[in-house]
Unconditional design. Structure first.
Length: 291
């Protein structure tokens, strides 16, 4: 096994529930959220520049838009921020006791937005596909904690976590990369997380088709080969890593968001920070939202 560089700290902070890192290719910066503090953060590793934007609701994810600005997965649905910061709703669907959680942009530019009940009620969330015109289709109803979403390099497979199942699932995508529609099929287990190793949270897929998964309560990020074999575990200095994404000018650095909720600041000073694993792999450029 190769020896990877040590885990470093990209942004030292104490986010309550840091989540959803995404590399903004156009602006060469990392975008991530603090769900429970209702904040969208950006970080430019070239000069350390950071920005923080408050949202009016808990924000589960924020992703770059093709025309500038951000698409956000909020408590009551999916909204848009323009390049000037102006906000508008794209798809509003307020459900009492439920909020948006992780989201990802598919190869065709649509947003796949998950939700969950605040109390993590079984079946209290779902996974929707939302297009740039605001059309929303429920792909997976009655999930519990909708989390990591990603696609294979050729777009023929979609990976997905419903966290309490301790499983990463995989679906077939008819048509492959660039194919439109929500008709994924053939759901099956791709990898299972053993008892005591934590729960699968956010994920990303690299250029070799390997799936990287952050393990909530597991203090680690794992890499699985395309055939579902675990071949790398990187321990991180926090108990609750939440998600990961490749970034940097050559997409070779893996950024990992973390949570401070439930952590003791004295014994876990880095909980809530954004960590980085320099040069651990080759990422794929992530598409911007079409809307």
């Amino acid at each position: 096994m190769p020896e990877w560089p040590a885990v470093a700290v990209a942004v030292r902070t104490q986010a309550r529930l840091g989540e959803g890192p995404a590399w903004d290719v156009a602006r060469q910066r990392l975008v991530w959220v603090d769900i429970l503090n209702s904040r969208v953060h950006t970080y430019d590793p070239s000069d350390g520049t950071r920005t923080v934007m408050a949202t009016e609701q808990h924000v589960g994810a924020a992703k770059p838009r093709a025309g500038g600005g951000l698409v956000v997965n909020l408590r009551d649905g999916v909204g848009l921020y323009g390049p000037d910061g102006a906000f508008s709703w794209l798809h509003r669907e307020a459900v009492p006791g439920r909020r948006g959680n992780d989201a990802a942009v598919a190869p065709d530019g649509a947003l796949w937005a998950g939700s969950m009940a605040y109390g993590e009620d079984v079946g209290g969330g779902d996974l929707k596909r939302v297009t740039g015109d605001g059309t929303a289709v429920t792909v997976l109803p009655e999930v519990t904690v909708s989390n990591g979403i990603g696609w294979s390099p050729d777009g023929s497979l979609m990976y997905y976590n419903d966290t309490p199942t301790r499983r990463v699932d995989v679906f077939d995508v008819p048509g492959g990369a660039g194919a439109a529609g929500a008709d994924v099929s053939g759901r099956r287990a791709f990898a299972e997380i053993e008892e005591g190793a934590g729960y699968p949270d956010g994920l990303t897929v690299d250029a070799d088709g390997c799936v990287w998964v952050a393990l909530w309560d597991g203090g680690a990020v794992r890499r699985y080969t395309p055939d579902g074999r675990l071949d790398l575990t990187v321990e991180v200095p926090v108990r609750r890593p939440t998600a990961c994404a490749f970034g940097g000018p050559d997409l070779r650095d893996l950024y990992v968001t973390t949570a401070s909720v439930g952590a003791d600041p004295a014994s876990a000073p880095l909980a809530g920070s954004v960590l980085v694993l320099p040069g651990v792999g080759q990422g794929l450029p992530q598409p911007a939202f079409e809307g």
